[in-house]
Write a protein that binds this ligand. Structure first.
Ligand SMILES: Cc1cc2nc3c(=O)[nH]c(=O)nc-3n(C[C@H](O)[C@H](O)[C@H](O)COP(=O)(O)O)c2cc1C
Length: 140
């Protein structure tokens, strides 16, 4: 099975986990970015608003997405939801080819239908190693 890791990040936690997973799978890692500035306190408020109200953004990938069987898509959780950039990316690919990995401080993604799998890396639970190992085992 040919995998690619795709991620969106605001403060780099998700990037670190994405790179770790890509290294274990010896596969390419692709970053999704958007046209907004989410930095600082105002960026935080705007991010929460965009995510909770389902607003769209324009996205770019830093590499071409081609030649894969399944994707590991990593994203932070924003206001209990998938942030706009990740959501826009997910619209372009079939849900049943996506292993979704959400990073968060304390909560889990509620809307989990349709994906190949959904995992939650939750800071308060310190479960990163366990979740990553379980995911990698399920792919093996
Ligand atoms: C706008 C915004 C909303 C967030 N909402 C939640 C939330 O609803 N639940 C939660 O547990 N964490 C929430 N977080 C925390 C992030 O999901 C968490 O810190 C994530 O791991 C950060 O990933 P990153 O460093 O890759 O951006 C939120 C962060 C931001 C910026």
């Amino acid at each position: 099975m040919k995998y690619k890791v795709v991620y969106f990040t605001r403060t780099n936690k998700t990037r670190r986990v994405a790179e770790k997973i890509a290294e274990s799978l010896s596969c390419e890692v692709i970053e999704v970015t958007d046209d907004k500035n989410w930095k600082g306190p105002w960026g935080y408020v705007k991010a929460g608003f965009y995510s909770s109200t389902g607003k769209d953004v324009s996205i770019k990938l830093n590499k071409k997405l081609e030649d894969y069987d399944e994707l590991i898509v990593l994203s932070p959780l924003w206001a209990g939801k998938i942030p706009p950039a990740t959501r826009m990316f997910l619209k372009k690919v079939p849900d049943n080819k996506v292993h979704l990995v959400m990073t968060s401080l304390g909560s889990r993604l509620k809307d989990r239908q349709g994906y190949r799998s959904v995992s939650d890396i939750i800071d308060h639970d310190s479960n990163e190693d366990e979740v990553v190992s379980r995911l990698l085992e399920s792919l093996a």
